[in-house]
Design a protein around this ligand. Structure first.
Ligand code: SF4
Ligand code: SF4
Length: 176
C-alpha cells in the first residue's frame, strides 16, 4: 500500500512516445543535416569525424562528399569544424530505413579544380573560389597576394616541387 501511495505521488514519469512525438531537449545531438549549397568540399568534416562517417574524395573530375548515417555517433565534430555552416546537427533521431542501406547515405558532388601544372584534379573549384575571395580581401602585400593566388592553381605535389626547386636554386646561388 505504501508503494502505491508513493507511485501516486510521483505521477506519470514515462513518455507516451511513439504514440505521441517525443520532445527532445534543446542541445540534443541528432542526425547531421547537410546543406550542399554551402559546402566547399574542404574535407575538414571528414578529417574530424571519429568513425569516418564522412568522406571527401576525388573521383574522376569531381570531389565527392559522402555521409553514412549508419556509422555516425552524433558527436557534432563535423558541425564544429565546418567553416561555412554546411553541416549542422538536427533534432532528428528516428533514422530507420526500409530494407535499403543506401537510404542511409547522403552525397554531394562538386566540380574538381585541375592543377595548372600536372593537370591532376586536387580539390574542388568551390574551395579555390573561397580561398581566392579570402586572399583578395586580406591585407597582405601585393607581392604576397600574387604568390598566394598563383599557389591556388597548383596541387600540393607541384607546390612541393616548386618549393624544393626554388630552394635548390637559392642554395646554388649562395654557393656561387
Ligand atoms: S556527428 Fe560526429 S560521427 Fe557524425 S558525421 Fe559528424 S563528426 Fe562524424
Ligand atoms: S567542413 Fe563543411 S564545407 Fe568543408 S567539406 Fe565538410 S560540410 Fe563541406
Amino acid at each position: 500500500m505504501k508503494i502505491i501511495d508513493l507511485l501516486k505521488k510521483s505521477g506519470v514519469v514515462t513518455s507516451p512516445y511513439p504514440l505521441q512525438p517525443y520532445e527532445v531537449s534543446e542541445n540534443f545531438r541528432g542526425k547531421p543535416e547537410y546543406d550542399y549549397s554551402f559546402c566547399i568540399g574542404c574535407a575538414a568534416c571528414g578529417i574530424a569525424c571519429p568513425p569516418n562517417a564522412i568522406s571527401v574524395k576525388i573521383e574522376d573530375k569531381s570531389v565527392v562528399w559522402r555521409y553514412n548515417t549508419g556509422r555516425c555517433i552524433f558527436c557534432g565534430r563535423c558541425e564544429e569544424v565546418c567553416p561555412t555552416g554546411a553541416i549542422k546537427l538536427s533534432d532528428k533521431f528516428e533514422l530507420g530505413v526500409n530494407f535499403n542501406k543506401n537510404d542511409l547515405l547522403v552525397q554531394g558532388e562538386m566540380e574538381a579544380q585541375i592543377c595548372s601544372k600536372c593537370e591532376k584534379p586536387f580539390t574542388s573549384k568551390r574551395f579555390i573560389k573561397s580561398a581566392l575571395n579570402k586572399i583578395n580581401s586580406s591585407n597582405m602585400s601585393s607581392k604576397r597576394k600574387k604568390l598566394a593566388l598563383s599557389y591556388t592553381q597548383i596541387c600540393p605535389d607541384c607546390k612541393r616541387e616548386n618549393t624544393s626547386t626554388a630552394m635548390r636554386e637559392k642554395d646554388y646561388q649562395r654557393i656561387e
